[in-house]
Design a binder for this molecule. Structure first.
Ligand SMILES: [Zn+2]
Ligand SMILES: [Zn+2]
Length: 407
């Protein structure tokens, strides 16, 4: 048995892992990084079956290409299947808007819908003499890790979070011989989560008390729901706009993927949904607007920001990591934004809150020790070596993209 990363080994984004066993190939995840221009993985050879860990574009973005080219069957949980479809549709629109070539088209999306097959959390499938079982990854609803059992046990982590969040329970370790582990947060530590929630709510209150409005850009898949759950602890007037509205509905259809479906149902019910231009005007008269996109590259959020950016009483609170080259990163680094090609100075308050859905450096080390593998293969990280330096008593591999690793 051997594996090869088609992308996403030495950096975050465009993850794809081929596994060769008995001359048969399986693919785990196949995504692209929505950078400018987009970063694509190496072209996948024909594979009959792909296992998808979760819907985020850096894991699922090239699935339509795969289905269109190779008619591959793709296994995933229902929340992943439904949210992937939303994101795939959106990525066609975004690539078009940004003027980049499309790796796939509407017809490929049709094939993808036909080829997706449900695999429930905890379910086991046979692939020749391999047994593949999915386990919750604690990252976003429906996200899973794959346990691959041959004579030895391999665990492919996808993206994981080991601590409980408002939205999902943390991932539980799985005993294995080889752990293929994401290392997005290698070398970085999250602030204490309870303190962060408190600080965030405090900041919102202070801003509203001084007569300002709060704009919260949030990723549609996972972050929007987490933010609604945190804000719900106070009786704010919340307006919700963008793709997050549709993701709410999908998640509520699959309550078993959530930590507390009733809580999310109430949080969604309490938020007012923006449905029209009139709604947008009403939202701007309210207190808080939660909207996509999370990195300020398009989506309705920019229209709201445009209206409050000169008001020093108001605030923009970023809630996720801002990738290099995005508008959100520009705002954090320079205090200005690209608004339809024009560089615009932002005078209102800008704050950043690290609401990550990933295990941090120490969480990853703890997870490794609890899974107790002989060998750790680090991937999906810009600073894998920082994590490798802290792993003791195990073989640690950091393969580059395109290199085969014998297992
Ligand atoms: Zn992810
Ligand atoms: Zn990822």
């Amino acid at each position: 048995m051997r594996i090869q990363f088609l992308g996403g080994a030495s950096r975050v984004g465009s993850l794809g892992m081929l596994l060769e066993h008995d001359h048969d190939l399986l693919l785990f995840d196949y995504g692209y990084l929505p950078s400018k221009p987009p970063t694509y993985p190496m072209k996948a050879p024909p594979v009959r079956t792909c296992y998808l860990s979760h819907a985020h574009i850096d894991h699922s973005g090239m699935i339509p290409w795969l289905c269109g080219r190779h008619d591959t069957n793709v296994f995933a949980t229902m929340p992943t299947i439904a949210t992937s479809d939303l994101l795939h549709n959106d990525s066609i629109k975004v690539l078009n808007l940004e003027g980049y070539p499309q790796p796939f088209d509407e017809e490929d999306l049709e094939t993808t819908r036909r080829n997706f097959m449900e695999m429930r959390l905890g379910e086991t499938r046979k692939e020749g003499d391999l047994e593949i079982t999915s386990h919750s990854a604690g990252h976003i609803p429906g996200a899973c890790m794959y346990e691959i059992v041959d004579r030895e046990v391999i665990l492919f982590s996808g993206d994981i979070h080991t601590l409980n969040t408002e939205l999902v329970w943390g991932a539980k370790p799985v005993k294995c011989d080889t752990l293929v582990l994401e290392s997005t947060y290698a070398g970085r530590r999250h602030p204490d989560r309870l303190k962060l929630d408190h600080e965030f709510l405090k900041k919102v209150e202070v801003t509203l008390d001084r007569g300002g409005k709060v704009i919260i850009p949030a990723f549609a898949v996972g972050r929007t729901q987490e933010i609604l759950l945190i804000l719900r602890r106070k009786k704010f007037e919340i307006w919700l706009d963008g793709m997050g509205k549709r993701v709410n509905r999908i998640y509520l259809d699959f309550p078993e993927a959530l930590r507390n479906a009733a809580k999310l149902r109430n949080a969604v019910k309490d938020a007012k949904r923006v449905r029209s231009q009139r709604g947008r005007e009403r939202a701007l008269k309210g207190e808080i607007i939660v909207s996509t996109s999370g990195m300020l590259d398009g989506g309705p959020v920019l229209r709201y920001i445009n209206r409050i950016k000169d008001d020093p009483k108001s605030g923009i609170f970023l809630t996720g990591y801002q990738v290099d080259g995005t508008n959100g990163r520009r705002l954090r680094d320079t205090g200005s934004l690209d608004m339809s090609g024009v560089n615009v100075k932002v005078e209102c308050e800008v704050s950043f809150f690290d609401f990550s859905a990933h295990a941090d450096h120490d969480d990853l080390l703890r997870f490794i020790n609890d899974c107790d593998p002989e060998r750790v293969i680090l991937c999906h990280g810009d600073n894998r070596d920082l994590l490798a330096n802290d792993i003791e008593g195990r073989d640690v591999l950091m393969p580059m993209e395109g290199k085969w690793v014998e297992l």
